[in-house]
Design a protein around this ligand. Structure first.
Ligand SMILES: Cc1cc2nc3c(=O)[nH]c(=O)nc-3n(C[C@H](O)[C@H](O)[C@H](O)COP(=O)(O)OP(=O)(O)OC[C@H]3O[C@@H](n4cnc5c(N)ncnc54)[C@H](O)[C@@H]3O)c2cc1C
Length: 364
């Protein structure tokens, strides 16, 4: 899969959505998924933009409900992040059962689990920066529930390589799989993987019935674990040309929206804060993707440094930025993000509680 970065290609990808086919096939590796998450996560387009487009296609909401729900899952996780803040970095509801390591099973990092779909999926993740949702679930299930890895480091590893890296969707999904954000741990067996990935593996450590899977000892192949040193290769710091008479729009890893305050004459600066990437490291591929997406924003310059450093180095009458849980130290005028249902805010215990409110609010 490839991910073009010019805005026209991104808009074209929205036009290509086939919601009915999506609902029928999204769990299959070759299903009609949208491949839009890298653009949504980077804030180039919003879930609302995609949702509104899908709603114009002439289907009744119940005919395409699965697609509408999936888009809403992203907003749900984002709302949880806004409410729980750094709380999502830890086991949020229950401690993870049976943890034997805070490292990651080496066969996952090396794509050598001997499960064809998983190994190919990890290679593909390294190559393209994308992994299908079902493969993410399978991989997380193997790491946490059979490998007995605590979810945090494997989650960081996956996040590091994903073009769609989104801390909320990522760690809250990992926690859902690990049972720290749900009532039970998720694990799929080989039969399930073969069905959705169209493989025919036999005799792997997952090739057992579900009744036995829950009782399975940690497979030998998953026992060796390793630490990871995840470092972000940030670009070289450069002097900027800031017009002191104009306000400045600050873009971030999570906001690369080329239409944001487009009509205003402004300095436009992408701030890449080392402290942010220390906490949420990303690979070279992801940083290159971000820099390429920045080209959709006219005259956008890149500042490598902290927000406060920017403020003390450059004079500008006003700073604008978009609200985000990672921006709480920014000062200036904060614009809200686009939500599918803006009035549905807060921390909902279940997605379906949230979805019910979204449906009511949008009169679906
Ligand atoms: C362990 C694990 C880690 C994940 N990490 C991330 C991550 O770092 N970043 C990320 O964007 N998504 C993450 N997801 C959610 C999901 O896998 C991706 O959003 C989806 O696969 C993206 O591909 P797509 O755009 O083709 O999705 P589609 O299936 O085409 O869905 C359309 C859009 O709906 C939203 N969506 C779909 N499924 C989910 C979901 N389960 N949770 C939240 N939003 C969803 C996304 O915005 C997506 O772009 C993770 C899921 C799991 C199980």
């Amino acid at each position: 899969m490839n991910f073009p970065t010019d805005y026209d290609s991104i808009l074209k990808r929205i036009q290509e959505i086939e919601p009915v086919a999506y609902c029928k096939s999204r769990n299959f590796l070759d299903g009609k998924v949208t491949y839009l998450s890298p653009y949504i996560s980077r804030g180039v387009i919003s879930t609302k933009k995609v949702f509104d487009h899908v709603m114009t296609l002439g289907f009744k909401p119940y005919q395409i409900e699965k697609m509408l729900q999936e888009l809403a899952w992203r907003d749900y996780w984002q709302q949880s992040w806004m409410q729980k803040k750094v709380g999502i970095d830890h086991d949020i509801r229950n401690p993870q059962n049976g943890v034997t390591s805070h490292e990651i099973s080496t066969v996952l990092v090396e794509a050598k689990t001997d499960i064809t779909a998983i190994d190919q999926g990890i290679e593909e993740l390294y190559e393209s920066g994308y992994m299908h949702n079902h493969l993410r679930m399978y991989t997380a299930g193997i790491a946490c529930n059979l490998g007995k890895n605590h979810w945090k480091l494997p989650a960081q590893w996956m996040y590091y390589h994903l073009l769609d890296a989104d801390w909320a969707s990522n760690v809250l999904s990992w926690q859902w799989v690990a049972g720290t954000n749900s009532n039970k741990q998720y694990i799929a067996n080989q039969e399930n993987i073969n069905k959705y990935c169209k493989t025919s593996d036999k005799g792997t450590f997952l090739d057992i019935p579900y009744e036995v899977l829950g009782e399975l000892e940690q497979p030998q192949i998953l026992k060796p674990t390793q630490k990871l040193e995840l470092k972000t290769p940030l670009p070289q710091k450069k002097e900027l040309e800031v017009n002191e008479n104009l306000p400045t729009a600050v873009y971030t890893f999570y906001n690369l929206d080329p239409n944001w305050r487009k009509e205003m004459e402004m300095n436009r600066v992408l701030i890449l804060e080392p402290s942010f990437f220390e906490k949420y490291p990303s690979s070279q591929k992801v940083i290159d993707f971000v820099l390429d997406l920045t080209k959709n924003i006219p005259n956008c310059q890149v500042f490598v440094g902290e927000f406060d450093e920017f403020v003390s180095s450059y004079s500008t009458p006003q700073i604008y930025f978009k609200e985000h849980p990672t921006n709480t130290h920014f000062r200036g005028i904060e614009d809200s993000r686009d939500w599918i249902a803006p009035e549905v805010q807060g921390d909902f215990r279940s997605f379906f509680g949230f979805w019910k409110k979204v449906k009511k609010s949008l009169k679906l």
